[in-house]
Design a protein around this ligand. Structure first.
Ligand SMILES: [Zn+2]
Length: 251
């Protein structure tokens, strides 16, 4: 007989199934990204109605089945309710959930991605938030957590430690020192301030990621890098992107 598993997690997506049930995609620390059926969650007055909304975060009790889990209990610590009233923040959050889903799998440890997503949604809802900057920081860190971000500490050509300005040569080619990089090979020169924030964003503590000081010129630099990194994605798979782009200027 299988045992109920208790794990921290967040609801990424929720869809109706049948008359009263919901199918959830849950990102968890222990099990990675899993499919969970919440039976009766759409019944009037069901205790799970709120716990099975997208972005509800907390501890979930799951019963393993052959292809999916069944929800047995949930203790929600954060519902992110203001997302229901903020269309723009909700559009960003949906894109973040899709990107997190894109890079996670069942049985693939997802503690950092879960933490990153939680902090990003929290950052979106701060009154002073620059949502475009939150998006750029989230994307850059997501690429790093997925192991797709190139080394930002050493020149990809001569191996010298990078300090000060550097050229970004693209996702596959990495960063080069000013002696090795050149604009004629498609490199983009990023100044020391951009490189400092970029290094902190991809290798620093997650807890301070969305508190990094991002000035307008630094934001421009991060945008340049993020745009090139996005070429790694199959953007057609992202249902949230057209919505996000209709509501905001693409950073
Ligand atoms: Zn070099």
């Amino acid at each position: 007989m299988n045992d109920v598993i208790e794990t921290a997690g967040m609801v990424l997506f929720a869809a109706p199934v049948g008359e009263y049930d919901k199918r959830l995609v849950l990102l968890t620390t222990g099990l990675g990204r899993v499919t969970v059926f919440a039976n009766g969650a759409r019944r009037q007055g069901n205790a799970w109605q709120a716990a099975t909304q997208p972005f509800a975060s907390g501890t979930f009790r799951l019963y393993p089945g052959r292809n999916a889990y069944t929800l047995r209990g949930a203790q929600i610590k954060e519902y992110f309710m203001p997302l229901r009233a903020d269309l723009e923040a909700a559009a960003y959050a949906s894109y973040f959930a899709e990107l997190a889903s894109y890079y996670t799998r069942e049985n693939l440890e997802a503690k950092n991605v879960l933490n990153l997503l939680y902090l990003a949604v929290e950052a979106l809802l701060r009154p002073e938030a620059d949502k475009q900057t939150v998006r750029l920081l989230f994307e850059l860190r997501m690429f790093a957590e997925a192991g797709e971000f190139p080394d930002v500490t050493a020149c990809a050509v001569c191996g010298k430690e990078l300090s000060g300005s550097a050229y970004f040569l693209g996702p596959g080619r990495g960063f080069a020192c000013p002696d090795c990089g050149a604009a004629k090979d498609g490199g983009v020169l990023l100044d020391a301030a951009v490189m400092t924030v970029l290094r902190a964003a991809v290798t620093g503590k997650l807890s301070i990621l969305f508190r990094l000081p991002v000035t307008e010129p630094v934001k421009d630099g991060l945008r340049t890098v993020a745009r090139r990194m996005r070429r790694l994605l199959n953007e057609r798979e992202f249902k949230s992107l057209p919505v996000l782009e209709a509501l905001t200027d693409s950073p």
